[in-house]
Unconditional design. Structure first.
Length: 272
């Protein structure tokens, strides 16, 4: 295992954070999680994705944080809101959400230089059983991947666990996007691939910070990006879902930085 010491400590190119850094990630992760908790009261048929993004923008500012996505590569919004067959990076706007729609809301905030990145699935009114099942399996797949995180394991173990659960349920795993390292930068090493073989990839070491954010489709895994340069959709127009947590590797396992303070980690099951 190659160890590199510069201004920051890195193992095989992956930054290793200090115990003090965990406090910064907890603070950022909590604001991001509280933001998604706030949305539960507003996710109803008839709301526009632009209105939800305005709520997110105001919440982040009122929390003394900043949005990492506003201005990122020219992006102008405080969230990505991806509905139905939109895999990720959906742009908020005038779209009116209808009864039976589902959507992933993805936010990244910056608190004192640290990034909190998380997303969850929301249901708009009564949704079909296949949509609820897809969301449940996607959440379970994310948690199955997280459960593999411990010192000495491999990054590929995460994707292997996600793939096993998805394929057991005859659901495909998107391979065009992956999780990523984060901390004082938005995107860093390692890439966390959600479809992988166990025992492959970099060794997991205490102090690593990264996201796990699987995207699962009811149809085939293939995606393409629309002409806006951001919005990724399923090629076969099949329904898709995603959940995301930011985590840190501890001496004996992991810590999730973005757990919902209100227990709303699965908003599509919450009744308000």
């Amino acid at each position: 295992m190659e160890i590199e010491t510069e201004q920051v400590n890195r193992v095989n190119g992956i930054r290793i954070h200090t115990p003090e850094d965990f406090a910064g990630m907890r603070a950022a992760g909590r604001v991001a999680a509280e933001c998604l908790d706030m949305l539960v009261d507003y996710v109803k048929p008839g709301v526009t994705t632009g209105y939800l993004d305005d709520l997110i923008r105001e919440f982040v500012l009122d929390s003394g944080a900043a949005s990492a996505t506003i201005g990122y590569r020219g992006y102008r919004h405080a969230s990505c809101i991806s509905h139905n067959h939109v895999v990720c990076h959906g742009i908020p706007g005038d779209r009116v959400m209808k009864e039976g729609d589902i959507a992933n809301v993805d936010v990244t905030v910056v608190v004192d230089g640290w990034h909190g990145d998380t997303s969850r699935m929301y249901a708009f009114g009564e949704v079909k059983r296949r949509a609820t099942r897809l969301m449940d399996i996607t959440y379970d797949a994310m948690m199955a991947g997280i459960a593999q995180v411990k010192p000495g394991a491999r990054i590929g173990d995460i994707g292997a666990a996600i793939t096993e659960l998805a394929h057991k349920n005859r659901i495909s795993v998107v391979e065009d996007f992956c999780g990523h390292g984060l901390g004082q930068v938005f995107h860093d090493e390692p890439n966390v691939v959600h479809s992988a073989r166990a025992g492959t990839g970099p060794e997991i070491v205490p102090g690593m910070f990264f996201t796990i954010e699987p995207m699962l489709n009811l149809g085939k895994k293939d995606t393409y990006i629309l002409n806006d340069g951001w919005t990724a959709v399923t090629r076969d127009k099949s329904l898709t879902a995603q959940f995301e947590h930011s985590i840190g590797v501890t001496e004996d396992g992991y810590e999730i930085f973005t757990t919902s303070p209100k227990g709303y980690d699965k908003p599509h099951t919450v009744t308000v």
